[in-house]
Ligand binder design. Structure first.
Ligand code: IMP
Ligand code: MG
Length: 185
């Protein structure tokens, strides 16, 4: 079935054009913040969280005028609904050294915040020179733990979003914009 035939179930929240403009702005801000900290032999380590962050990370790094290295982790989290806690399993670990490095984590969306809080703590223990966080979308209504979001693409209150890396049951990740599901698929 053609993906285009499913699009009536989706309502555009951020168009590909809006995302392009915003990610370029984020890239400029990040470039300014890091340009005096890095050297060709000391690149920024950008860590993406698979699978959702793959598109945002790819767009973001192409808007950075900085020396950059890329790494990915894959996390699986089982959230305890009654407490602000989460059990996270690392399905794919980092391959690059973090100690002493300037590290920027790129994530598709912050919702409860528990996954990012876990990863930040995990990375802090490895003693990076600095650690910052960039998210494409900050979804605020259900936040359970405070997380320091340094770079935010868009802020929404609530709603289940798909596209631009975000999935519903592994569908829709490849769509170029960010959409809200009008009816459960
Ligand atoms: P949390 O901040 O610990 O709740 O985890 C965030 C993760 O939940 C993200 O990396 C996504 O995989 C997933 N997630 C949260 N909200 C959405 C959404 O609106 N659409 C798709 N995935 C979402
Ligand atoms: Mg994710």
């Amino acid at each position: 079935m053609a993906i285009s035939s499913q699009l009536p179930a989706l309502e555009t929240v951020f168009s590909p054009q809006e995302i392009g403009v915003r990610v370029a702005e984020m890239g400029r801000a990040i470039t300014l913040d890091y340009q005096d900290l890095l050297a060709p032999e000391e690149p920024l380590l950008v860590i993406g969280i698979l699978n959702g962050a793959f598109i945002f990370l790819a767009d973001l790094v192409r808007n950075l005028d900085l020396p950059v290295q890329i790494d990915f982790v894959r996390l699986s989290s089982y959230q305890n609904q009654t407490e602000a806690s989460t059990h996270v399993v690392m399905l794919k670990n980092l391959e690059k050294e973090v100690k002493g490095r300037h590290v920027l984590v790129a994530e598709d969306i912050a919702d409860y915040g528990l996954t990012l809080a876990w990863l930040l703590e995990h990375l802090r223990r490895k003693k990076p020179a600095s650690l910052k966080l960039a998210v494409a979308v900050n979804k605020t209504a259900r936040r359970r733990v405070e997380i320091p979001l340094d770079y935010i693409g868009f802020t929404v209150e609530d709603g289940f979003l798909v596209g631009y890396g975000l999935d519903y049951a592994e569908k829709y990740r490849q769509l170029p914009g960010i959409y809200v599901l009008k009816t459960p698929q």
